[in-house]
Design a protein around this ligand. Structure first.
Ligand SMILES: CC(C)(COP(=O)(O)OP(=O)(O)OC[C@H]1O[C@@H](n2cnc3c(N)ncnc32)[C@H](O)[C@@H]1OP(=O)(O)O)[C@@H](O)C(=O)NCCC(=O)NCCS
Length: 224
């Protein structure tokens, strides 16, 4: 068994159908609702470079998947659709896939907060290892389209009853601001300081130029 975890490229879009089947089968087995993901949607994510695939190279078979979704105009990112083929579970694949998609999300959206909602113990473990912390739903995106994705879940009535404040899922969040090193914080401070100094210098220069022009006009009038 030779499994490779790869940032997906267009050639992997042929696996979209199998990925959707795996997601559907697992949702049926778990008796949970499922956000509708068509093979076209999954293939588009793959072509856009917003997905990670696990491929058993010897069998030329897709055995795991996850993809990136953005919410709230890119302020929030979710790594969704995590699935591992039942024959390949408990081998650490989900952890490797999550780590890869997390790093890809950080690279593509360095300032976005990365979040997820889950009831799965495996996902909670993996998220914690990546630096996510449990949060209330109020700290997650308020993008209605994201929450509409819960409509297919059989517990949706709980979410409705609590006015979207809580449900059976745990919200988990990775806030890049909280993981900045002292060095990064200092660089950010200096950048902000330099930008402000530049704005002030520009304003001073404009005022100086206006005054100079006024003086020249006055001088010309006096000469006449
Ligand atoms: C959840 C899932 C992705 C885990 O895949 P996996 O490759 O078996 O997970 P890993 O081997 O990387 O395990 C990661 C950790 O979770 C634990 N774990 C895995 N499956 C678990 C389960 N069903 N219940 C509790 N813990 C589990 C592992 O023991 C491991 O913990 P450790 O690091 O302390 O040893 C896989 O079972 C799956 O595809 N399930 C169906 C889809 C699903 O539930 N997706 C998540 C939607 S939020």
């Amino acid at each position: 068994m030779n499994v490779k975890i790869l940032a997906a490229t267009a050639e992997h879009s042929v696996f979209a159908e199998r990925i959707c089947d795996m997601i559907l089968e697992s949702a049926k087995q778990r008796g949970t609702g499922i956000a509708s993901r068509t093979p076209e949607y999954v293939a588009q994510k793959i072509r856009d470079g917003k997905a990670v695939v696990a491929i058993d190279v010897d069998a030329n078979r897709v055995v795991g998947f996850s993809y990136i979704e953005t919410w709230g105009h890119g302020k929030f990112v979710a790594n969704s659709g995590l699935i591992v083929d039942p024959d390949y579970r408990y081998m650490g694949l989900a952890f490797k896939i999550k780590k890869k998609i997390f790093n890809l999300s950080r690279q593509k959206y360095p300032n976005a907060r990365i979040f997820g909602i889950t009831t799965g113990q495996a996902v909670m473990k993996i998220n914690s290892a990546l630096g996510y912390v449990p949060v209330t739903f109020a700290e997650l995106t308020d993008d209605q389209e994201f929450w509409d994705g819960c409509k297919g879940c059989r517990n949706y009535d709980i979410l409705e009853r609590t006015n979207h404040r809580m449900c059976l899922c745990t919200g988990m969040l990775y806030d890049p601001e909280k993981h900045k090193s002292l060095w990064q914080k200092s660089v950010d401070f200096i950048r902000r300081h330099n930008a402000r100094a530049q704005r002030l210098r520009f304003r001073w220069w404009m005022r100086h130029r206006r005054q100079k022009q006024k003086r020249l006009v006055r001088f010309a009038r006096e000469k006449k």
